[in-house]
Design a protein. Sequence first.
Length: 353
Amino acid sequence: MNLLVLRLSSLGDVLHTLPAISDLAIQRPDLQVDWLVEPAFAPIVAWHPGVRKAIPFSLRALKKKPLVALQTLFPLRRVLRASRYDLVLDAQGLYKSALLSRLAGVPVMGLDAESAREPVASRLYQRQFTVPWSSSAIERNRQLLALALNYPLPNTPPDFALACRRLQWLEQPLEEALQSFVDKTFVMGFHATSAAWKTKEWPEAHWIALASRLKGKGVSLLLPAADERERQRVARIQIGADNVLALPPLSLEGLAKVMSRALAFVGMDTGLSYLAAALGLNGVTLYGPTRVAQALLRNSQQISLQSPQSCAPCGKTRCPLPEAQNGRILCQEALDPDRVWLALSSLLESSVS
């Protein structure tokens, strides 16, 4: 039986879906699974051994240039119908993803109006399922697939099925241009988020303080610098910390290969922190305006720190406090570097022992 799964974006949402695919591979080995996904995240889908094929399609491009992108729907329809799927499962729960799911020309399953992110999407599904919002994102995906494909929900810890991929990368040499970054022991720092969520970013002064602690242990701090904004941010941090290294722009797989060699990571509530956790790295994730309940993993390898600020978590992309007019995000400032270092050092000690 051939199944098409839709979960197009974002990075975190795609990662949140991997454990459900792992469940599916065990519970329904009769299924061949393809996955429709944004091109940027197709490599992650392809890493999972339970996915036969990642099908890249840019819904984001459809939003930016609808007239041009609409022309791509006809080739996508041909590709999906040629694959002769028996069922489609829309795990995204958006109206546009539901429309795409109908292109395959077979019955579509998805969340009901009470459970979907956009309730109107449920009108396009032949079969609908209720999944409570009270569950974490990972558990919601596991529940949806179990209901839709008729198998008992496993009570095992979530399996992202990326451990083997990380081991493969560790056995392979890095590109020569990247080798110098990993020659010395290092910690990854995921310091930046999307422009819409600047309230998630830890202050630059706190990163400098953390780098100083790491320097005392002979450890470097590697920070991605994928665009001009990130490069400028890292440059300011480097002024106060000479053990901070700025990574060049890398593909998602290139960055994953580098982070796989890290002692640990410190990161914001962002997709790269989730990826590092899914790869099995020890790490500390910092939550200011967002809630720790959204954490990817809960185990001894992962420590999630919620801001002690009285207004946190507010869930807002823009801080309403007057201090924000001067660039200060109080919930992030309240995540003291000493507290973060205490959490990180405990993970570093456990990794060495």
